[in-house]
Design a protein around this ligand. Structure first.
Ligand code: BTN
Length: 325
């Protein structure tokens, strides 16, 4: 866990933007001695941060490490609760599993579990989620919304919008959403979202949003069965994308959309989501574990449920399925 002093130091650099901060100024801002400031700066350097030191001006961070660190995630993060409490792990079975435990132990809303690698990453419908080391974003975010149980799937759609916007903010790529929660680029999957709930009777205790993003693997890094259907931001853009910058963007977009949602309901989120959706108006097949329906996707209900009209004109409400376009 990061010390409060370290958090305050990174917040001071965040607020300073491009400006230099003198050792004296930092000491005043975060309430410690100049020796302590120097010690923390040396530790940041050891972690892989590059700090420029200019006489009479002070320090400025010019480069952050490639490996995701709690310090790097703090730098530049302007949120009030999402990502303020981060559990960072090198290797885990699944970040979902840890998130469930922490949620049960009353972790505050906005707590995030991030891992460099998952050895048993989970996808929807009991599938495996390939999560190799250092190449992706594998994280679970704990939310505690005061909403009725049937509305929880709306948060999956909300998360998808936050991620699409984050990808757009950092790249010139054009990601699209395939209902309910796949994010595709040029028809290949780059991101999956798994939303799970802890609830008692009809009261939501926590919603755990698991996000998996293929950020920097090459196509050869994917197992052969995924090479035709999956892609990464690196493959599409031709350049590496900073995983920490992406995570921070997601935190900021997610917090903004979530607050909007709590204030104004699902409608503004639905409109944004529809702007990115590719399945709407198209002929699709929705496959569940037990059956499949072919028809035209009409749109989503106010609860985020997919509406389809089959070839006989019958309307179906699809709560969970895999969609083939
Ligand atoms: C899907 O099937 O499309 C959803 C994939 C969700 C993967 C993420 S990675 C972080 C979190 N931990 C898991 O085990 N799964 C989710």
């Amino acid at each position: 866990m990061q010390s409060q002093l370290r958090k305050d130091l990174l917040d001071a650099f965040t607020n300073a933007g491009e400006a230099y901060l003198s050792g004296q100024r930092i000491a005043e801002l975060i309430g410690c001695s100049r020796t302590a400031v120097w010690k923390h700066i040396e530790e940041l350097r050891k972690e892989g941060f590059e700090l420029e030191a200019v006489r009479r001006k002070g320090y400025r961070i010019v480069r952050t490490p490639e490996k995701i660190t709690a310090d790097e995630l703090r730098l530049g993060l302007k949120t009030n609760f999402i990502g303020k409490n981060v559990h960072y792990e090198e290797s885990v079975e699944s970040t979902q599993k840890i998130a469930h435990r922490l949620a049960y132990d009353n972790a505050p809303e906005g707590t995030v579990i991030i891992a460099e690698e998952q050895v048993s990453g989970r996808g929807r419908m009991d599938r495996k989620w390939h999560s190799p080391k250092y190449t992706g974003v594998w994280m679970s975010i704990i939310l505690r919304p005061n909403i009725p149980l049937p509305k929880a799937p709306q948060l999956t759609l909300l998360a998808a919008v936050a991620i699409v916007q984050a990808i757009e903010d950092l790249t010139d790529l054009l990601p699209e959403i395939k209902w309910p929660n796949d994010i595709l680029i040029r028809g290949k999957k780059v991101t999956g979202i798994l939303t799970e709930l802890e609830a008692e009777a009809d009261r939501i205790n926590s919603v755990i949003i698991g996000i998996g993003i293929n950020v920097n693997p090459t196509i050869e890094d994917f197992p052969s069965e995924l090479q035709e259907i999956a892609t990464s931001l690196f493959v599409e853009k031709g350049e590496k994308v900073s995983r920490s910058d992406l995570i921070k963007r997601i935190f900021m977009n997610l917090e903004k959309l979530y607050l909007l949602y709590l204030e104004e309901g699902f409608l503004p989120i639905k409109l944004l989501w529809e702007g990115y959706a590719i399945s709407i108006g198209r002929k699709i097949t929705a496959r569940t574990l037990s059956n499949s329906i072919t028809g035209t996707a009409q749109g989503i209900t106010d609860d985020g449920v997919l509406i389809m009209v089959d070839d006989h004109g019958k309307t179906h409400h699809v709560y969970s399925a895999d969609i083939e376009l």
